[in-house]
Design a protein around this ligand. Structure first.
Ligand SMILES: Nc1ncnc2c1ncn2[C@@H]1O[C@H](COP(=O)(O)OP(=O)(O)O)[C@@H](O)[C@H]1O
Ligand SMILES: [Mg+2]
Length: 371
């Protein structure tokens, strides 16, 4: 799939943009604070209805305006999809696909698949478990809408359970706990099973990619770290196990006022040559590991969805060394890739790759060169 056209009205610093993208490689060059990331953000929002930079939709509307619009024409193998999102300071956003308004924003899932890699993605390797859980959740949701639904359900029940834990005794609300724990373990078991399946596939693909990116020097391994022993993949059994753990741990949970076991406490260990990259990896190793995971996700989406996603590389291409760039360049023929950079990109390296180069200044795409 690829994004053919973008139209932005009053979106961040774009007052009015209407442009066509190249089917393969697109390069946007511009100084800092000109609108490069804003442009990628607008594309990203059309993949799941939300920004990755802010949870407040009103920030997306130009400061001097009250409404904003994103329109994307997405070409898929079988059909064309027009995704339109209207933001209003005073009202909820509205999403339309091929002129039909969605009843729920979650219906947008799967129409446009995006993988984005930006400097912040280093956090994926470096920071605490919640970064990695967010990564897992975001990526699995793209290919499994049901996962997104289960996760929302799980989080809602967890919140209710945690509220109940605060300042109560087990005896006084035993029945209520029993109800929450049954529901929590049902949704929780589904989440764990999907995460295990996803990590297994991702581990296989990313190992191969990481090997190529590092010229065979580094071996990447992914290990799922659940909050309790998960050696069974049978749903009913796993659910029962989680329910028992919740029940057996209730006194400690009440003391702490929070739920200690369950997928909301999962982590993923990212291991390079036998040691954890989070603790022992250099900055460069961490960046490469994050890139391997993202590129593995690209392949996984192709495998699961049948089409390559659109790859967004925000300010990272020129930071990579020549081997990593070469590997990426080899993928450009098949995958629509949108690169941003503050410096001119060495176009000689990209000889033989069909591409378009654009320049961005103050929310305007000013020059366009097909090379
Ligand atoms: N809601 C908004 N209204 C107007 N301008 C905005 C809004 N949100 C961000 N900007 C402007 O967008 C610019 C940053 O754009 P960004 O795409 O992050 O830059 P970069 O080219 O460095 O990636 C800043 O000048 C910022 O003031
Ligand atoms: Mg930027």
């Amino acid at each position: 799939m690829y994004v053919k056209k973008i139209k932005l009205i009053n979106f961040r610093n774009y007052m009015n943009l209407d442009m066509e993208l190249n089917k393969t490689l697109n390069i946007f060059v511009g100084d800092n604070a000109q609108g490069k990331t804003n442009l990628l953000e607008s594309i990203y929002i059309c993949s799941n209805g939300k920004s990755y930079r802010t949870s407040k939709d009103r920030e997306l509307i130009n400061l001097s305006k009250t409404k904003a619009y994103i329109g994307l024409e997405v070409e898929k193998e079988q059909f064309t999809k027009y995704i339109e999102i209207k933001f209003d300071k005073e009202a909820k956003k509205r999403i339309r696909v091929n002129k039909v308004e969605l009843e729920r924003n979650s219906e947008l899932t799967g129409i446009l698949n995006i993988v984005i890699f930006s400097p912040e993605d280093l956090r994926l390797v470096k920071e605490g478990p919640s970064e990695r859980r967010n990564f897992l959740d975001g990526e699995i949701s793209q290919i499994k809408p049901k996962y997104k639904y289960n996760l929302a359900r799980y989080n809602k029940i967890l919140l209710q359970r945690n509220n109940l834990l605060k300042g109560r005794s087990y005896e006084s609300c035993q029945n209520l706990f029993d109800v929450w724990d049954t529901q929590l373990s049902q949704a929780g078991a589904d989440i764990i099973i999907e995460r295990i399946k996803f990590i297994d596939k991702l581990a296989m693909i990313s190992k191969d990619i990481h090997n190529k990116l590092t010229g065979g020097i580094e071996e990447l391994k992914l290990i799922y770290l659940p909050s309790f022993s998960v050696d069974i993949l049978e749903k009913q059994e796993l659910q029962l196990r989680l329910k028992n753990i919740l029940k057996n741990n209730i006194e400690q949970d009440i003391q702490k006022g929070s739920t200690e076991f369950g997928p909301h406490r999962d982590d993923l260990d990212i291991i390079i040559n036998g040691v954890s990259a989070r603790t022992f990896g250099s900055q460069g190793q961490q960046r490469t590991a994050a890139l391997s995971l993202k590129l593995a996700e690209v392949e996984l989406i192709k495998h699961e969805v049948g089409e390559y996603p659109v790859l967004l590389l925000d300010d990272v291409f020129s930071e990579l060394d020549i081997n990593r760039r070469k590997y990426l360049i080899s993928t450009f023929k098949e995958i629509q890739t949108i690169i941003t950079s503050t410096d001119d990109i060495d176009l000689v390296e990209l000889n033989g790759v069909e591409k378009k180069v654009f320049f961005i200044r103050q929310g305007k795409v000013i020059i366009e060169g097909a090379v």
